[in-house]
Write a protein that binds this ligand. Structure first.
Ligand code: 8OZ
Length: 359
């Protein structure tokens, strides 16, 4: 048998994908008032339905999970209705779409929180840097450490969000355990200084993520749940004393669950950390499909698939600017260049106006 390439179909959990080319989760800040996905968002995802799988932009599971303006939530009836139009459009084009479940934790600001409260986190440690509040940049604040007895409520918010995603027609969900947001803040040693059974050794730091994954599995079945991790990414002022040990533990705990996939943002988006994680070891610790992301192009992805280093590849920027990315990669056609100025603003500009081949 030939080694797999980008166009070799693959079964992941409960889904059959026609190709290995996944649309990575991408925050685009185009939601309408009330953090509701609108008609532009329907068009945007419809245009990209030829992906083997679409993973949506991160979608907060509850009001306190928001940290950026105009990000679409999955906790109000209006948001569900908006997402229903998205899933209907993608399915009408023959595509598959997972919703990424998100809680930003400390990466927020009182002006973005219900009742102007402080954002919540495992520990009261203020992130370095600034937050875009919609009325300019402001310094992050010191978050409020969650009480032990509030943690079941966090798990319950993810469970309810998964129920909402199911009602909105999603084929599954991805738990966002990456990039310095709440679940990652629990996982990594720099942000978790708790002295209860959710802090300290990795067995404790991983507890909230594993409880959330279990709750979401109870809603969708494991074959419709993916998990995203970013062992080395320092985005959002986060790090770990021993990322290899931390994330091997997490991956070994996830491995027997029968998840659709493990999604790993490899390396550091911010370019600060030297590579310290052996991703082949992480892949080897996981029994299911391994999805890689971060800086791959067609040549590198094809080589990694052929070598058995990865099973799926998630493209971000290339999918922003190439709605028909699989067709372009298949034809070795030139790719449209993505314009970073319209990544997080611009309404339809830089969102739904990138041309497909031959259009
Ligand atoms: C870029 C800008 C805002 C949010 C992530 C959800 O890094 C994000 C994000 C990325 O996972």
């Amino acid at each position: 048998m030939n080694p797999p390439d980008l166009f070799t179909p693959i079964r992941i959990g409960a889904l059959e994908l026609p190709n290995r080319i996944v649309m990575a989760p991408l925050t685009r800040n185009r939601a309408l008032a009330g953090n509701v996905p609108g008609p532009l968002t329907v068009t945007y995802y419809r245009q990209r339905a030829s992906a083997g799988l679409i993973i949506t932009e991160a979608s907060p599971v509850c009001a306190a999970g928001h940290g950026y303006p105009r990000t679409p939530g999955i906790h109000s009836p209006e948001q569900l209705a908006g997402w229903r139009a998205v899933t209907d459009a993608v399915h009408a084009e023959g595509g598959r779409i997972f919703l990424q479940l998100w809680h930003v934790g400390r990466i927020s600001h009182p002006s973005l929180q219900p009742d102007g409260a402080a954002p919540v986190a495992p520990s009261a440690l203020k992130p370095a840097g600034q937050v875009w509040t919609g009325s300019g940049l402001q310094d992050y604040v010191t978050p409020r450490a969650l009480n032990r007895d509030e943690l079941p409520g966090i798990v319950a918010a993810y469970r309810q969000a998964a129920l909402n995603a199911k009602e909105a027609g999603f084929d599954g969900v991805e738990v966002h355990g990456a990039n310095g947001y709440l679940l990652d803040q629990f996982l990594r040693s720099s942000t978790n200084r708790r002295d209860d059974d959710y802090g300290g050794p990795v067995e404790n730091r991983a507890r909230l993520l594993l409880e959330v994954v279990q709750a979401v599995i109870e809603v969708f079945g494991a074959g419709r749940v993916g998990v995203r991790l970013s062992p080395e990414n320092r985005f959002n002022d986060i790090s770990d004393d021993n990322p290899q040990a931390t994330f091997e533990y997490v991956v070994r705990a996830l491995s027997p669950l029968g998840l659709a996939y493990l999604h790993v943002l490899e390396g550091d988006m911010t370019g600060q950390s030297q590579p310290a994680v052996d991703y082949a070891k992480l892949k080897a610790a996981f029994a299911g499909p391994y999805m890689a992301n971060n800086g791959y192009d067609k040549a590198r992805a094809t080589a990694a698939l052929a070598a058995g280093h990865i099973d799926l590849i998630a493209f971000g920027r290339a999918f922003i600017s190439n709605p028909d990315l699989p067709a372009r990669l298949a034809a070795d056609a030139p790719l449209n260049e993505a314009n970073p100025k319209t990544f997080y603003s611009g309404e339809e500009k830089g969102y739904i106006d990138y041309p497909a081949l031959g259009s």
